[in-house]
Each structure stands twice: as structure tokens, then as C-alpha cells.
Design a protein around this ligand. Structure first.
Ligand code: ZN
Ligand code: ZN
Ligand code: FE
Length: 758
């Protein structure tokens, strides 16, 4: 945006709104830090986009909230030159208004052309083979520009000046419609129209999109959606839906201003919204929310224009596998799922799922970071302890096991990869290897340090260890899972230690070999020390208990009431077990055989969900906990359950606070007997957990509290904890750009490596 008066514009706007701070230019784009009252900052964000100078264009914009620094006025700072050598690769950007206008203009030569783009929009990361970003280094190199496109490309006054994927119907990629055997049914616009026809008929369309294949089916047709579930082997996990317009979204869901901004942003993620109307029940069974997106490429715009109704748009894969990117491969892998294939001849270089985001506490929060965001870096600043490592050595972090991402740190920039997925299948492990290879090649980095999770059995850990086996190779750092969660949150909020880190999730390998997941850490400049945790209980069957909340419930009941309660209880989960299984499970709890100890908050959610009869066996990760949250159904209460805290002396002389949640369970039992509504019990349970965090924060005495881990995907818990901490004078922080779930582990591993904390 050089020379278009952008920085003076920012300065003027800030002055008008009475904001302090600064703006500067760097090789990565424009950075702005603005400080002032919340409402003025929200105005500032909105007006940046709508009032920018005529010749400027904001390709992509990430915003996040920081503590006030106390600036005196607003200044234009000198451009940053040093340390900016690392090239910034742009993410794929949703179609801009001008291109959109062109494809629906019958007079325009790009009328109905699905691969229209310009310097403001279009594919980037998904078509890039190598740096620098030139057409010859993209998958567009196979298309020679026609004279007209070439002229646009060379004209500095043209919107398509050096638009690398520039193309038109004469010279660019084209559509084809294939049957499941790969035979061509139609080409060009006729292919699109026939694809639309098949979706109208309730068939399943495999669509080659921007970052991979999507599966499209009529979201109003329950039978068709069910067929997709069966074929994809995805039982109950909610599907995302693409809507033809923002108005259509508003008709079905509650859309606040911040939601609308996110839906229509160049990042164009799937946005989680509260739904009003029901589509086909099979779209998101039993879920009061809906993942919604708008068309983000000309191809999607043209499809949605013809369809005029919402369609399920889910990743083109079999459950647990990575998304398909190649049409030949798609024919193989999706042949038993899709009826027809709408494909094109512009190769997709790397897979990028649709990103998932939401607005929580008035801020955007990314839950799955991929298309539109990756690979924009997180810049480590205030929270980064001074160390020689960050300038000397690239660090590779291989992430966790579920929702895996990897990260590469070069200087203060951390490039977090796109979402890869659960490393449960051969295909996803190969995708993991592919992304690491891709990142090292793109950024020309040979890692000197490799950070990995502490769990010895994770495939990512084993891969890291295999690299470390070479003598002269990189050095390794094992980073405890929950420490990684906390450090990721602290780093992106630019927090300087000390602080209290709250790390609550389902499962992670603890430093003492037990299963952690309800942890509190005191973070200083050089170390992370576990200072508190939830009381442990046993999980009969270990990994099986993750799939069966009723097993976690047995462990919880055993911990509170002892073995006799197992036989005596008539709670719903008891009836779900075969009578013959109960004695064996009781035996496991007694002996500890295959029944690991856990302090996991996520498992406690599971156990309570099972105890209340909400769910005994889950079909996807986190389902039981989600249903316990959904049971709240808008209830507002400050009622809660009591709990106790015990201070234990450790062998190293330090003390450890153990939160005894057994009184909570006794309270729940009494309320169940008293026939209190499940929603109210759930609210009291959520509130009690929020009080647990407040109580530990009081003992820790740190004003800054960083909240991370998968449990903070729970909106009610996050909002409640935030409100309670604020009221008690603490400053709570939560993840914004990087997911609170295990998608954030890789960033945390990088930070841990840089600060030397193990
Ligand atoms: Zn455009
Ligand atoms: Zn052309
Ligand atoms: Fe985790």
C-alpha cells in the first residue's frame, strides 16, 4: 500500500476518534496499535475498511486486543527495515467486490468465469509452488496469458497488475463435470449448471474448491444429508453450511455486527452462529449452533447464485482423513461418497480446509486456522524472553496429536501451519510430513531445534525423535502439553511474565506420567511451574474412557463414594452398561489396572454429562461436554456448588494446591434427587468450575491470568470465568488468532523452546 496515503489516513482517523498509538510500514504490511475506549476502537476497525483511501486496498486484516500501553498521542513511526527479510506469504483471499461485479456483468469478458481474480483477491497460498510469488512459481504457470490478460498484468494502473493467477475464459482454467468413473459429462458453464441440477436432485457433489475438495448437498434435504453422513462415515459431528447471502443467514441464525463482519471478511471463515430455524435435522444433530459461511470464490458465488438455497459444504474426505486436493485422487478416495465431481484444471498445491471462527466476548476467535489465515505469522514481542535462540536458529515445532498443526519460527516470526488434522490415519500422517517438508522448503529453513509434545506415543513425537536420532542434527525439546497451551495464549496476547496459566482440556501427558488436563501454572520469564491441579480420578479402560463418558463417570463416582456406590447407583449410565461389565470395571478401578489417573477437566465434564443422562458414548471428540453446555439453554443464574482446596507439600519443598471437586459431585447428586432441571444443574456445575479458577487465581496472586486448552471452546465457561476474574480484579486473557484447542500446541512449543522452559 506504498504511496497511497494509507498511513496519513490511519493517523487522521485515529485523531478523529481520539485514539493514541502508532502506525508503521514493514515488509509484512502495515502494523497499527491503537489505544482508547472500546467503542472507539470498534469504530476504528470498521472505518479502516470503509473509509480507506481510494487507491488503497486491504487484502487481509487480522486484529487482536491487547492491554493498553499508555501512549500519549498517535504517531506515524518510521518504516521497519531490519529483521523483515522473511517473506510473508499471503493467504487465499475471498473474491473482492469488483471481481464479483465482473462475473455477473453480461458485458464483461469475465462474465460467469469461475476463476476471476485480481491483486485484491483470489488464491495465493493454495497455488504457490515456491518463493518469490511469481506466476512461474505458481500452479498457474501452465496457463499462458492471452494478449488481453497479459496487458492487464503489465499495466501498473490496472487492478490486475502482477496478479499472478490472472486468467480469463480464453486463456485460464476451466470446469468439467465428471461422473464417479471420471467420464466427462459437461464442460465450462454447462458443467456448473448440471452440477447445480444434481444438487437440486438431492445428490452429493464433490467440488474442487480453493484449498481442496468439498462435498456439497442440499442442506434442506434431510435424506440427502443423511446419505452424506453414512457415506462419509461421519455420524453426528456437525456439518458446515454455505449460504447464498448474508440475508439468508440472518433468516436462519442470530447475526451480530461482529459476526457479519467476519462472515464477509476476505478470510471468509466458517462462523459459528446461534441458529433460529432448523435446516435438515441431520446437518447438526442436537446442536443449537450452526457453522455458516458465505461464498468466497467466484466458483462458489456462481454455484450459490444458481442454487439460491443453503448447502452443506464439508471437507472432501472420509472421516479422519485429510482433505483431497487432486481430481484423480478424489475419484479414488471419494468415489463411494460423491455422485458427481465438478473439477477444474488449476492444480491445488497444498490442502487448506475452511477455517472456523466465532465471536466470543466481542472478539474474533479462530478455532481452526487454515484458508484465509495460514500462513500469516504470529510475531513474538513483549512476552518473548530475550534469548539468542530467536535470532540464531530456526525452530520447528511438530505440535500434538489431535487437530495437529506444525510451526516454524524464524527470528521473532512464528509461521503456524494450516490445520492438518488428527494424526490417526496413514493419510493424515503423510499430510503432516508433507506440511513440514513444505514449510522448510518455502522458508528455506533448516531447523536447529525441534520441539515436540511430551507424550512418547504421539506420532508427531516419534517423528521428532527420529529426526533427533541423527548425531549432527538438530537439538530436541520436549514440551509438556498444557504448558504449551498456556504459552501459546500468553505469546499471542503479548503478555510479559509473571502470570497464572490455566490449562484445561481433555488429555495431555503429564510430567509425572499421569494424564493431565485441569492444570494451573505459574509462568515466569524462565520457567513454568505447576502450582495447582484438579483432584485426580481413575479412568477405567484409559483411551476407551475418552470415547465413553460413562466410564469417566464410573471413575468419578468411585472417587467420591467408593466402590459400594457403583453397585447401588441407579444413575442413567449404570443402566447403559451390560450388567456383566460392571464388576470388571469396578475391579479395574480398585486395582488401577488399565485405569490411569487423570486431573482432566474435560473428563470431568464428560463424567457429569454422563451422570445427568445426556450422553454415554460420544461420536466425536468433546461431544458430551458440548451437550452439557447446550443443556444450559440460556439459563442465567449465579447458583453454584462448593468445593475444597488442599495444599500439599511436594518432595521439592514447593507446595501444590489440589482442587477437591468431590463436594461438587455430591451437590449434583442431591440436585438430581431433588429433580432440579438438568440445565440448572449444568449451570451450577459451570459456575462452580469458574469459582475454582477464581479461587486458585486468588491464591496465586498474579493479576494476569491466561486461559487456554480445549475446555475454553466452551462459550459459557469462557464468558463466566472472564466475568468472574474481572470482577475480582484479575486480567483474564484467552486465545484469539490461534485456536485454544490443540491447534495451538505448536505455537506454545516454539515459545517454550525460546524461553528454555521444558
Ligand atoms: Zn478481485
Ligand atoms: Zn486471458
Ligand atoms: Fe490439549
Amino acid at each position: 500500500m506504498q504511496g497511497v496515503g494509507f498511513r496519513p489516513f490511519v493517523h487522521r482517523l485515529a485523531a478523529e476518534l481520539g485514539l493514541a498509538g502508532w502506525v508503521n510500514n514493514s515488509s509484512q504490511g502495515v502494523f497499527i496499535e491503537a489505544e482508547g475506549p472500546r467503542a472507539s476502537l470498534e469504530q476504528f476497525l470498521l472505518r479502516l475498511r470503509t473509509e480507506k483511501p481510494p487507491r488503497s486496498f486491504i487484502q487481509s486484516m487480522e486484529s487482536w486486543w491487547l492491554d493498553a500501553a499508555g501512549y500519549a498521542g498517535f504517531e506515524i513511526r518510521p518504516s521497519e527495515t531490519g529483521g523483515g527479510k522473511t517473506a510473508i506469504i499471503m493467504p487465499d483471499l475471498a473474491t473482492c467486490p469488483e471481481c464479483l461485479h465482473e462475473i455477473f456483468d453480461p458485458q464483461n469478458r469475465r462474465h460467469l468465469y469461475p476463476f476471476t481474480n485480481c491483486t485484491h483477491c483470489g488464491p495465493r497460498f493454495s497455488i504457490m509452488l515456491s518463493l518469490p510469488y511469481d506466476r512461474a512459481n505458481t500452479s498457474m504457470k501452465r496457463f499462458a496469458m492471452c494478449p488481453q490478460c497479459g496487458q492487464e498484468y503489465r499495466d501498473p494502473e490496472n487492478r490486475r497488475f502482477h496478479a499472478q493467477p490472472n486468467a480469463c475464459p480464453k486463456c485460464g482454467p476451466h470446469l468439467e463435470l465428471w461422473d464417479a468413473g471420471g467420464a466427462v459429462l459437461a464442460a465450462r458453464h454447462e458443467a456448473l449448471l448440471q452440477a447445480v441440477k444434481t444438487v437440486r436432485e438431492g445428490k452429493i457433489l464433490a467440488l474442487k474448491g480453493i484449498g481442496g475438495f468439498q462435498l456439497l448437498v442440499d442442506a434442506r434435504n434431510d435424506e440427502a444429508v443423511r446419505r452424506l453422513r453414512e457415506r462419509k462415515q461421519r455420524e453426528e459431528k456437525p456439518f458446515a453450511v454455505m449460504y447464498p447471502s448474508l440475508d439468508a443467514v440472518r433468516a436462519d441464525c442470530r447475526v451480530a455486527d461482529a459476526d457479519a463482519r467476519l462472515l464477509a471478511s476476505p478470510e471468509a471463515p466458517i462462523v459459528l452462529l446461534k441458529r433460529r430455524a432448523a435446516l435438515a435435522p441431520a446437518v447438526a444433530p442436537g446442536n443449537p449452533n450452526l457453522g455458516v459461511m458465505l461464498a468466497y470464490s467466484p466458483l462458489h458465488h456462481l454455484l450459490m447464485f444458481e442454487l439460491k438455497f443453503p448447502v452443506v459444504a464439508t471437507s472432501g474426505n472420509l472421516s479422519d482423513e485429510p482433505i483431497c486436493i487432486d481430481e484423480r485422487e478424489a475419484l479414488q478416495r471419494l468415489r463411494n461418497i460423491a455422485d458427481v465431481f465438478l473439477v477444474h484444471d488449476r492444480p491445488i498445491v497444498r490442502h487448506l480446509d475452511d477455517s472456523v471462527a466465532r465471536v466470543v466476548l466481542g472478539r474474533e476467535q479462530v478455532l481452526r486456522r487454515a484458508r484465509g489465515y495460514a500462513p500469516l505469522p504470529v510475531r513474538l514481542t513483549a512476552g518473548r524472553p530475550a534469548t539468542a535462540l530467536d535470532t540464531a536458529s530456526p525452530v520447528l515445532a511438530v505440535g500434538g496429536h489431535l487437530k495437529n498443526t506444525v510451526a516454524l519460527a524464524i527470528g521473532p516470526q512464528v509461521f503456524v501451519s494450516q490445520h492438518i488434522g488428527d494424526l490417526e490415519t496413514v493419510q493424515s500422517y503423510e499430510a503432516f510430513l508433507g506440511v513440514i517438508n513444505d514449510f522448510e522448503r518455502l522458508y528455506d529453513a533448516e531447523p536447529r531445534w525441534i520441539a515436540h509434545d511430551g507424550h512418547p506415543d504421539y506420532l508427531s513425537t516419534q517423528f521428532a525423535r527420529s529426526l533427533l536420532a541423527h548425531k549432527a542434527g538438530p537439538r530436541g525439546v520436549s514440551v509438556q502439553h498444557h504448558i504449551a497451551h498456556v504459552l501459546a495464549c500468553a505469546a499471542e496476547n503479548e503478555l510479559a511474565p509473571p502470570l497464572l496459566g490455566v490449562s484445561w482440556d481433555g488429555t495431555g501427558h503429564g510430567l509425572d506420567g499421569t494424564v493431565w488436563g485441569g492444570e494451573f501454572f505459574l509462568v515466569t520469564a524462565t520457567a513454568c511451574r505447576r502450582v495447582a491441579h484438579l483432584r485426580q480420578f481413575r479412568l477405567p479402560g484409559g483411551a476407551q474412557a475418552v470415547k465413553e463418558p460413562r466410564r469417566a463417570m464410573l471413575g468419578m463416582i468411585y472417587e467420591v463414594f467408593g466402590e459400594s456406590a457403583l453397585a447401588a447407583s441407579d444413575a442413567p449410565p449404570m443402566k447403559s452398561f451390560a450388567a456383566a461389565d460392571l464388576p470388571a470395571l469396578a475391579g479395574m478401578l480398585r486395582s488401577g489396572f488399565n485405569s490411569p489417573l487423570t486431573s482432566s477437566a474435560g473428563r470431568l465434564f464428560d463424567a457429569v454429562a454422563a451422570f445427568l443422562g445426556l450422553r454415554q458414548i460420544v461420536r466425536f471428540e468433546g461431544q458430551a461436554a458440548m451437550e452439557l453446555e447446550f443443556a444450559l439453554d440460556g439459563i442465567e443464574t449465579d447458583e453454584t456448588y462448593s468445593f475444597e482446596m488442599e495444599c500439599q507439600e511436594q518432595t521439592d519443598g514447593e507446595s501444590m494446591l489440589v482442587v477437591d471437586w468431590r463436594p461438587i459431585v455430591r451437590g449434583i447428586l442431591a440436585d438430581v434427587k431433588g429433580k432440579l432441571p438438568v440445565g440448572l444443574i449444568s449451570a451450577k456445575f459451570h459456575n462452580a468450575l469458574a469459582e475454582v479458577i477464581v479461587a486458585v487465581a486468588r491464591r496465586a496472586g498474579q493479576p494476569q491470568v491466561a486461559l487456554s486448552g480445549g475446555c475454553f471452546q466452551n462459550r459459557y465457561l469462557t464468558e463466566r470465568v472472564d466475568a468472574r476474574l474481572e470482577r475480582e480484579g484479575f486480567r483474564p486473557y484467552w486465545p484469539q488468532r490461534i485456536p485454544p484447542n490443540d491447534g495451538g500446541i505448536a505455537l506454545g512449543q516454539i515459545v517454550a523452546t525460546l524461553m528454555g522452559a521444558r
